[in-house]
Design a protein around this ligand. Sequence first.
Ligand SMILES: Nc1ncnc2c1ncn2[C@@H]1O[C@H](COP(=O)(O)OP(=O)(O)OP(=O)(O)O)[C@@H](O)[C@H]1O
Length: 452
Amino acid sequence: MNNKNIIIVDDEVNICRSMKACLTPEGYTVVSFTEPSSALKSMHDELYDAAIIDIRLGKQSGIKLFEQMCNDKINIPVIFISGNASLDEAVQSLKLGAYDFLEKPFSADKLINTLKNCIEFYHLRSRVKVLEGSQQHDMLFGDHKLMKILRNDICKVAQSEAAVLIAGESGTGKELIAHSIHQQSHRSKNLLVKVNCSAIPENLIDSALFGHVKGAFTGAEQHKKGFFEMADKSTLFLDEIGDMPMSSQASLLRVLESKEIQKVGSEKVTKVDVRILAASHKDLKEQIKLGLFREDLYYRINVIPIVSPALRDRRSDIPLLVNYFINLLCKRNGVAQKSIDTNCYPIMCQYDWPGNVRELLNIVERMLIMGDQKITLSDLPDEITNKKNNVYIDDEVSLKEFRIMMERELLIKKLKFFNGNITQVAKSLAVDRSYLHKKLNQYEIKRNHNFD
Ligand SMILES: Nc1ncnc2c1ncn2[C@@H]1O[C@H](COP(=O)(O)OP(=O)(O)OP(=O)(O)O)[C@@H](O)[C@H]1O
């Protein structure tokens, strides 16, 4: 059984019946309509795998129906049929994006084969789109043991259907984690649907999550699919869930409990099969205490918790990420490959990166644009070189890196103490002036370095 849903739109009831009779034994579930408006309504309400549409629907036009489907973003592959359409109409239908055109009368075999190829073709096409999309997402870089544990956890949870709550500071890669879970799950043949919960106005949440029918409220000029329907048989990623208003949380909880949706303005209740991933940079337990997040919803979405580590907790990954971003950005922007002076790494590892990987990515991009062929210490922004925190020593730092860090810290301290007086600094360090100049050049420290 192939378990696919097909919709037929033909003004001749007999033709609908005979197509149904030949497709049903092949395992297709077939519904038919003689009226384009009822067909369009059904396409909004149900999920179809393909549509077979007559070009001439009495006084109405199948092509017009197809155009309306495109406007309403109903993405069903279409096969047109007709006994009396002109060649022009057939060509027009294909130009609009229909999969094929069959001239009546056609054999049962011809219909069955065309339909099978059509569904396979669209399935492959969406798979290619998913793979293209995933290439931008699945690069969860990092060799630190925290990243190894994270990748291992992702691999395990991907195989299950349980809801996952991804916690972690902003910019640590929570969205990448969600994509990675989806890509490794059996739902990956369908697209992951992402919702930014903080961006949906409170009064539109039901319509955004469940969709609405035409005329449900002022401004609802078209039928609209909600995120749950879009994510049917796939994964729904609820990003920034901690920013969702309380009233919206109630609607979300209802659908998570019942696994059913009801479009705004419709009586009909539809089952959905959606896996939930959620993320928040806010501490949801804290939000519960503050009365800003529902405890019952928290337990629904937090079946498996995953924590995305802050960059400062895996500093040894910084050189790896910097190199990865340099390659990525040079390729993406079509510029010649640039490189970085490895003396930059110890300094970059000292910085706390409050914006995490996103901040690192932005800074690398800025240095690539503004700097020369090789990024050097002088290209590092002030907030990184003027760090005032205690020296951080990573588990995996090498002796050479450690020496560079300490020497640099010491030179800056002394220069500050002696107001940039080289003779005094050299004397206090028990080195001669030329050696001190050499070191200052090596670490690109200027005498009038900004010491604040
Ligand atoms: N481990 C990583 N490897 C490669 N790139 C990463 C990694 N982590 C994050 N990034 C990149 O950093 C940027 C921010 O990541 P992402 O949007 O996933 O973070 P987030 O935690 O969801 O942030 P927010 O809480 O602000 O939504 C993206 O460009 C992402 O590709």
